[in-house]
Write a protein that binds this ligand. Structure first.
Ligand code: NCD
Length: 361
C-alpha cells in the first residue's frame, strides 16, 4: 500500500534548511503523526489524546484478559531500541511498552558492538535496522540526527517510523509527553495544567527534557514558567523566543527561595556535567537548586515535584515519602504514554477505544 509520507515531498537540502518548528508537519504520514522527533509536533488535541489513550491502556491492562488483548495488538511488529547514550528509564519504559503491546524487540546499546567500528556510517547502520524492524526508537548524542534518519528512511522503499528517545542537549519529546501526563493527572482535581506556575530548576542549558517540556507547556493557556538556574546554566534564548511567540509569560532568575511558595510544580534537574569540556561545572555553586525537608515546608500543599531522573543530591531522599513527590509516578507514567504513542503511530488506537468502551459498559 502506498501511503503519503510528507518527507517524500522534499529534498534533504530543502528540509535541512527549515527551522525546527517548520519541520513538524513533515513527520506525518497521511496527516497523522508518524515519526516522533520534536515537541513542536504535538498540539493540544494530540496531547489530550495521548493522555486519554495512556489511561485507557493502563485500565485495560489491569486484567489478564485485557493484557492478552493488548499483547495481540502489535504482535506482528518488531521494534529496534538503538541507544547510543546511557539510559535506564527511557530504555526500560520503551521496552516495557513494546512488551505490553506484543512487539518483539531488539537492541543495540553500545555502538562499539555494531559495525560502526568497521567504519560504517551511522546512517547506514540505522538503515540496516529498518530492514529487520518496523519501528526504530533511538537515543543519540547529536541533536538533529533523528530528523536526518527520518528523512532518509521515508525516502527508501522501506520507510519505518523513528521515535526520538533523547537527542543530544536538544530534545527529549517522549519525556515531555510523560511529564505532561504526570502534570495533567496531578492537577486533575484543581483545574488542569492551565494557569499553573511551574519552575524549572538546575541545569537548564543542557537538560533536553526541560527544553522539550517548556515547549509543550505553550499548549496550556495561562501557564507561567520560571527558569531557576545559575547564570552559566540558564535556559537557551531559543526557548524563550518560542515562549514569546506563543505569549507565554516567564521569569528567569537565579534564586528559588522567593518564588517557591507560589509554585504549583517544581521540575528539578541534575547538573549535566558529562557535557563539560574541562570540569567547569565543578566551580558552580548549586546549593540554591535543591529541594529538601526544610524547603518542602515552604511549598503549597497541592504543589508537585517532578524530576526526569537520574537524580543526584538536588532532591534529598527525605523528600521521597512526601505526597508531593511525583518522580516515581513519572517513571510509571512513561511506560503508558509511550505505549499510547506506539499505538497511535501504528494506528491501533481505535481498537483500544472499542475495547475500553466495552469494558466501561
Ligand atoms: C534525562 C535524559 O536522558 O535526558 N533522563 C531521562 O531520560 N529520564 C535526564 C538526565 O539524564 O539527566
Amino acid at each position: 500500500m502506498n501511503r503519503a509520507h510528507a518527507l517524500q515531498g522534499i529534498s534533504w537540502p530543502d528540509f535541512d534548511r527549515l527551522e525546527i518548528g517548520e519541520r513538524a508537519p513533515y513527520f506525518q504520514r497521511d496527516g497523522r503523526q508518524y515519526h516522533a522527533l520534536i515537541s513542536q509536533q504535538f498540539d493540544r488535541a494530540f496531547l489530550d489524546r495521548m493522555c486519554e489513550l495512556a489511561t485507557r491502556t493502563r485500565k485495560i491492562a489491569k486484567t489478564r484478559g485485557g493484557m492478552l488483548f493488548l499483547q495481540g495488538l502489535l504482535a506482528e511488529k518488531r521494534a529496534m531500541l538503538y541507544f547510543a547514550q546511557p539510559s535506564t528509564r527511557t530504555f526500560l519504559s520503551f521496552l516495557s511498552a513494546c512488551q505490553i503491546l506484543g512487539l518483539q524487540s531488539g537492541e543495540v546499546r553500545d555502538s562499539k558492538t555494531s559495525s560502526e567500528v568497521k567504519g560504517e556510517s551511522p546512517e547506514d547502520t540505522v538503515r540496516i535496522f529498518s530492514s529487520y524492524y518496523d519501528l526504530i526508537i533511538m537515543r543519540y548524542p547529536e541533536g538533529g540526527f533523528g530528523d536526518r534518519i527520518a528523512w532518509l528512511l521515508s525516502n527508501t522503499d522501506r520507510p519505518v517510523p523513528v521515535i526520538n528517545a533523547g537527542s543530544g542537549k536538544d530534545q527529549h519529546p517522549t519525556q515531555a509527553l510523560l511529564d505532561i501526563y504526570t502534570l495533567q493527572r496531578s492537577f486533575e482535581a484543581i483545574g488542569g495544567i492551565e494557569g499553573k506556575k511551574i519552575a524549572f530548576v538546575g541545569d537548564l542549558a543542557r537538560g533536553r527534557t526541560v527544553r522539550s517540556l517548556a515547549y509543550l507547556l505553550t499548549r496550556y493557556p495561562g501557564v507561567k514558567l520560571y527558569f531557576v538556574a545559575p547564570e552559566q546554566l540558564q535556559i537557551g534564548e531559543d526557548i524563550l523566543a518560542s515562549l514569546d511567540e506563543y505569549g507565554v509569560s516567564y521569569e528567569v532568575t537565579d534564586t528559588l527561595t522567593p518564588i517557591l511558595p507560589e509554585m504549583d510544580a517544581v521540575y528539578m534537574t541534575r547538573i549535566q556535567d558529562e557535557w563539560d569540556t574541562a570540569g567547569e561545572s565543578r566551580s558552580i555553586g548549586i546549593d540554591e537548586y535543591i529541594i529538601d525537608a526544610d524547603r518542602l515546608q515552604h511549598m503549597k500543599e497541592t504543589a508537585v515535584i517532578l524530576h526526569p531522573l537520574p537524580r543526584r543530591n538536588e532532591i534529598a531522599v527525605e523528600v521521597d515519602s512526601d505526597p508531593r513527590a511525583m518522580y516515581w509516578r513519572q517513571v510509571r507514567n512513561g511506560m503508558w504514554i509511550r505505549a499510547a504513542l506506539i499505538l497511535h503511530i501504528f494506528e491501533r488506537d481505535a481498537e483500544v477505544d472499542r475495547y475500553f468502551d466495552d469494558l466501561m459498559r
